[in-house]
Design a protein around this ligand. Structure first.
Ligand code: PMP
Length: 518
C-alpha cells in the first residue's frame, strides 16, 4: 500500500503509529460513493471499498452528487446559516418532516418535539438532560403533594386524630412532630440519591462526560466515573432482567394520609432512574439487534416503574435497517428518539432528539442550546436527506433492506463454508456484523500469540485493506466483529469484493499460516 502518512507530529501521532503497524493509515484524497481513493506511487488512483462508511454516517455514500449539489445551492441562496433566536429556522421544517416519518412508523398521533445538537453524543446528552429535568419536576410534584398531606395530617391531629401503629413505630410513639421529622428525614435521604441511568451491557451512547457513563466499554468509561451519574447495566440477552433490575433499586418517599380519624404512613414511588437508554441494533457492542421481546419488556417495565425510554438510533436509524427507525421492526415504542450521523448526509454535522409531547417541557428550549446546533446549512441538508429517503415511496429503505439481505446472504455462505472460522453473521439491512471465532485454539503458535494480544483482528483489517482494497472496522466493544455499513448504492460487484476478501482471510486462518497475511 502506498500513499502512507509517515509520523505526524502534532495530531493523531499515537493513532497513526498504531494504524501504520497494520498498514491501515492511508492518505485518502478523494471519496465517492462506497469508495475512498488514494494515489499510488506510480500515480494511478486506487479505489478502496469503504465498509466503515463514516461509522454509519453515509447512507447515500461519500459526496453523494445530489446532496453535494443541494449543499452548493443552499450556500448560493445565501441561506442564513447562523441566525439564532430569530424565530424562524429551517429546523422547524425539519422537525415537521421528522414528525411525519416517525409518527407513521410508530403508528401514533403523538407529537414529537425536536431539540437539536451537533453530534450523536451531544444529542444523547440533550435527551438525558431533558429526562433529568423531567425527573426533577416529577420529584418536586411528589414532594409538593406530600407537604400538603403532612399539613392536612397535622391539622387532623390537632383536631383529635390519632396516629396509626405503623406511623407510631416510625415516630417512636404518638408524637406528630417526631413523625413529621422522621418522615422528612427519611425522604431527604431518598431524595439525596444520585441520579441513575439504565442501559444495556455492551451498549454505546457516546464519549462525552455524561454519555460515556452510559457506554459500557470500561476502558472508555472507567477513568471518568467520578465526573457523572452512573448507569446500571442490564445483560443485553436477558429481557426478563429489565423489570427485575428496576424492582431491585426501587425507592419510595413516605407520605401521610388521614383516614377515619387515623394518620397513616404510605409509600409513594420515587423516580430513581433518569432514563433507560437502548440502541435498537447495538452497534459498537458487535451488531446485536434487539428483539420484539426486548421491546415489550422495555415498554412494560418503563411504564410500571415510571422510567422514560430513550431509543438511541444514532447508528441504526435514518433508514439503515430498512425502516427509518430500526426500532420499528421490533415494535419499540420509545419516549425519546435520538438521531445523528446519516442525518447530515455525510457532509454536515447534526444531531436531534425527538421528545414525546406527553413528557416534553417547553422551557427546556431556553435551558439547552448550542451556537452551532440547528444551523441553516445542516438542517437544509438534513431536509434533503429526508426527501431522498422518502422519495419514490421509500425506495431507499427498500434498497437498504434488499442490498443488506444480499450482503448478509453472501456472508452467511462464507460462514457455512468456514464454520470453524466464522462465528456469526448478525444485523439488519446495511448494519451488518461479521464475527470471527476467537482463535485461541489455533494449532499455529503465531496465530495464538497474535490472538492473545488482540492483534489478530487488526492484522485481518490490514490484510483486507492492503490485499483487497477493502476497508472495514471492528466494533468498539466486540473486537472479533467486523462492522459493514455501506451506502444503499452497494453494488453486486462490491459484494463480490467483500466475498473474495473475507474468504481469503478464512482460507489463511484455516491454513494456520499467518505469514500469508500481507
Ligand atoms: N450513539 C450511538 C449508538 C453511536 O453509535 C454513536 C457513535 N458511534 C454515538 C451515540 C455517538 O455519536 P457521535 O460520534 O456523533 O458523538
Amino acid at each position: 500500500m502506498d500513499s502512507t502518512i509517515g509520523s505526524p507530529e502534532f495530531a493523531d501521532s499515537f493513532m497513526v503509529e498504531r494504524l501504520n503497524e497494520y498498514g491501515l493509515a492511508v492518505r485518502f484524497q478523494r471519496a465517492e460513493g462506497n469508495k475512498l481513493y488514494y494515489v499510488a506511487d506510480d500515480g494511478t488512483e486506487v479505489g478502496v471499498l469503504d465498509g466503515v462508511s463514516g461509522f454509519g454516517s453515509l447512507m447515500f455514500g461519500h459526496n453523494n452528487p445530489e446532496i453535494v449539489e443541494h449543499a452548493k445551492w443552499v450556500l448560493d441562496q445565501q441561506t442564513p446559516v447562523h441566525a439564532q433566536m430569530g424565530g424562524y429556522s429551517y429546523a422547524l421544517n425539519l422537525a415537521t418532516e421528522l414528525n411525519k416519518i416517525v409518527r407513521r412508523e410508530l403508528q401514533t398521533e403523538d407529537k414529537f418535539f425536536a431539540q437539536f445538537g451537533n453530534t450523536g453524543a451531544e444529542a444523547v446528552e440533550i435527551a438525558i438532560k431533558h429526562a433529568e429535568l423531567d425527573r426533577g419536576i416529577r420529584i418536586a410534584g411528589l414532594k409538593g403533594g406530600i407537604e400538603a398531606n403532612i399539613a392536612q395530617a397535622r391539622a387532623a391531629v390537632s383536631e383529635g386524630a390519632t396516629i396509626s401503629e405503623a406511623a407510631a413505630a416510625i415516630a417512636g410513639g404518638q408524637d406528630m412532630d417526631r413523625l413529621v421529622a422522621e418522615v422528612t428525614r427519611r425522604n431527604a435521604e431518598t431524595e439525596a440519591r444520585p441520579a441513575q441511568f439504565l442501559a444495556l451491557e455492551g451498549g454505546f451512547h457516546g464519549k462525552l462526560i455524561a454519555s460515556v457513563q452510559l457506554t459500557y466499554n470500561p476502558g472508555l468509561r472507567g477513568p471518568f466515573r467520578a465526573l457523572a451519574a452512573q448507569a446500571t447495566f442490564v445483560p443485553r440477552d436477558q429481557p426478563d432482567m429489565i423489570a427485575k433490575v428496576m424492582e431491585q433499586d426501587r425507592a419510595a418517599l413516605l407520605d401521610l394520609v388521614v383516614q377515619d380519624g387515623v394518620v397513616d404512613v404510605v409509600e409513594r414511588d420515587f423516580p430513581v432512574f433518569t432514563a433507560f437508554l437502548v440502541e435498537p441494533i447495538m452497534g459498537e457492542a458487535g451488531i446485536y439487534p434487539l428483539t420484539a421481546e426486548h421491546a415489550v419488556a422495555l415498554r412494560e417495565a418503563c411504564d410500571t416503574y415510571g422510567v422514560p425510554l430513550i431509543a438511541d438510533e444514532v447508528q441504526s436509524g435514518m433508514g439503515r435497517s430498512g425502516t427509518f427507525l430500526a426500532g420499528t421492526q421490533i415494535g419499540l415504542k420509545p419516549d425519546y428518539i435520538v438521531l445523528a450521523k446519516a442525518l447530515g448526509g455525510g457532509i454536515a454535522k447534526l444531531g436531534v432528539v425527538l421528545i414525546n409531547e406527553h413528557i416534553y417541557h417547553k422551557p427546556f428550549e431556553f435551558i439547552h442550546s448550542s451556537t452551532f446546533a440547528k444551523d441553516g446549512f445542516s438542517t437544509r441538508i438534513a431536509l434533503k436527506v429526508l426527501e431522498m429517503l422518502e422519495a419514490e415511496d421509500g425506495k431507499a429503505y427498500k434498497l437498504a433492506a434488499e442490498r443488506g439481505a444480499k450482503a448478509k446472504a453472501t456472508m452467511e455462505a462464507i460462514k457455512a463454508d468456514y464454520p470453524e472460522i466464522v462465528k456469526e453473521i448478525r444485523g439488519q439491512g446495511l448494519m451488518l456484523g461479521f464475527e470471527f471465532h476467537d482463535q485461541a485454539g489455533s494449532a499455529s503458535a503465531k496465530i495464538r500469540e497474535a490472538n492473545e494480544t488482540s492483534v489478530l483482528p487488526l492484522r485481518i483489517l490490514g490484510h483486507l485493506m492492503r490485499k483487497h482494497d477493502f476497508r472495514i472496522a471492528r466494533t468498539a466493544s466486540g473486537p472479533w466483529t467486523m462492522r459493514f455499513e455501506p451506502s444503499i448504492f452497494l453494488t453486486d460487484e462490491e459484494i463480490a469484493t467483500v466475498d473474495a476478501a473475507f474468504r481469503d482471510v478464512c482460507e489463511i486462518l484455516r491454513s494456520e499460516d499467518v505469514s500469508r497475511f500481507v
